[in-house]
Write a protein that binds this ligand. Structure first.
Ligand SMILES: [Zn+2]
Ligand SMILES: [Zn+2]
Length: 380
């Protein structure tokens, strides 16, 4: 009858005397075909909005009557069909698709809990090889007294008298566009649609209490400072029986006295006496994997690097291990006694090194880059 507007009956394909059930069925069928999750194309979305508006009107006895009498129950802002003003899109979506369609209607008390993050310090060996650690966390856990409902024993939440369970208060306002229906969360129930007259004394109606508990964490091999380990469902429990959030463990690897890590490489410095560097030697060296004997070749220069394959840090992804690099330095003796001076002078004579030439080949010195030196020299 509303000559200017759309015919809602025709849109849903039902007769003017269709029962509420027939209207519901017709809408449900169309909505399944046109739901944006199934048909993301714009044309289907537009049609979905239109049939949803039609259902909004015809499913509500008051609005249907208004429409039958030639009025436009959707507030006639002129924006139809694109305008969503004034109709409970979310409510309808919730009724048919189990929520998630919009923010309208009463909101549920139970929500997912917050994620939590804690930092954990481990040493380098634990980062390289992995470890198991117990940590104590202080999070919200489900209240055992009310089992998360927030209501005192033998009582339950009751429908809010102010909004009659809708969770929102609707108002028709006149504006320069005409009548506009607005809604705001119900102040009495904070939008929940229900109130708790007798809250649980243990959790004051929140459904959860703070608890301290110990959990065992498996640290995978290869973690580094900044790596986050996600523990699903170990965060704080949501209010009123909501699922728990996740717990993130952020790893901090303590600096090591000897090794410095760069990605999957480990670096360290080793200082050799001048004579050992010249003559060559075997050194017993403490790696994270235990003692290793390393060969220092005769004539080793300061700044040269020894590589121990596969003794570096573990790769977090893909497995395997990087290499361990030993940066060699050579120490020049500073305190010489008479006999040593004589010997060195003899050596210099033999090598015709008594006259120093400028600009001969020599290493650039090396070292310096690694400040934590280890004097691990133990000649055999
Ligand atoms: Zn409780
Ligand atoms: Zn209310």
């Amino acid at each position: 009858m509303s000559a200017a507007g759309p015919d809602y009956y025709a849109l849903l394909g039902v007769s003017r005397d269709a029962t509420p059930d027939e209207i519901k069925k017709a809408y449900r069928k169309l909505a399944r075909e046109l739901h944006p999750d199934v048909n993301p194309d714009l044309k289907s979305q537009e049609r979905f909005k239109i049939i949803t508006a039609a259902y909004e009107v015809l499913s509500d006895p008051e609005k249907r009557q208004m429409f039958d009498l030639g009025g436009d129950p959707l507030g006639s802002t002129g924006g139809f069909p694109g305008s969503t003003q004034g109709f409970d899109f979310g409510d309808i979506m919730d009724a048919f698709f189990g929520g998630g369609g919009g923010q309208r209607g009463p909101r549920t008390r139970s929500r997912r809990g917050q994620d939590a993050m804690i930092r954990m310090q481990i040493d380098l060996a634990a980062a390289v090889f992995g470890a198991t650690r117990d940590i104590t966390v202080d999070t919200a856990a489900r209240c055992a007294t009310c089992d998360g409902s927030g209501t005192a024993l033998d009582s339950e939440a009751v429908t809010c008298v102010m909004c009659k369970g809708r969770g929102e208060i609707q108002q028709v306002q006149r504006s320069f566009l005409g009548q506009v229906m607005t809604s705001r969360p119900c102040p009495t129930c904070q939008g929940f649609g229900s109130t708790i007259p007798h809250p649980c004394h243990e959790c004051a109606g929140d459904g959860r209490v703070r608890t301290r508990r110990t959990i065992t964490i498996k640290v995978p091999p290869g973690v580094d400072t900044g790596t986050r380990i996600q523990l699903s469902g170990e965060g704080e429990v949501g209010p009123n029986g909501g699922p728990a959030g996740d717990l993130y463990i952020e790893v901090m690897v303590q600096p090591h006295q000897v090794f410095e890590r760069q990605g999957d490489e480990l670096h360290c410095a080793l200082t050799l006496p001048m004579t050992a560097a010249a003559l060559g030697t075997t050194v017993t060296f403490d790696t994270l994997d235990g003692e290793q004997e390393i060969d220092v070749r005769p004539g080793t220069q300061p700044g040269s690097i020894l590589t121990l394959r596969g003794l570096g840090a573990t790769r977090l992804r893909g497995g395997g291990r990087g290499d361990l690099y030993i940066h060699l330095d050579v120490s020049i003796p500073t305190k010489l006694d008479e006999a040593q001076i004589m010997l060195l002078k003899q050596l210099a004579d033999l090598r015709s090194e008594d006259v120093v030439r400028v600009g001969v080949d020599g290493a650039d010195g090396g070292g310096g880059l690694f400040t934590r030196l280890k004097d691990a020299f133990s000649p055999r």
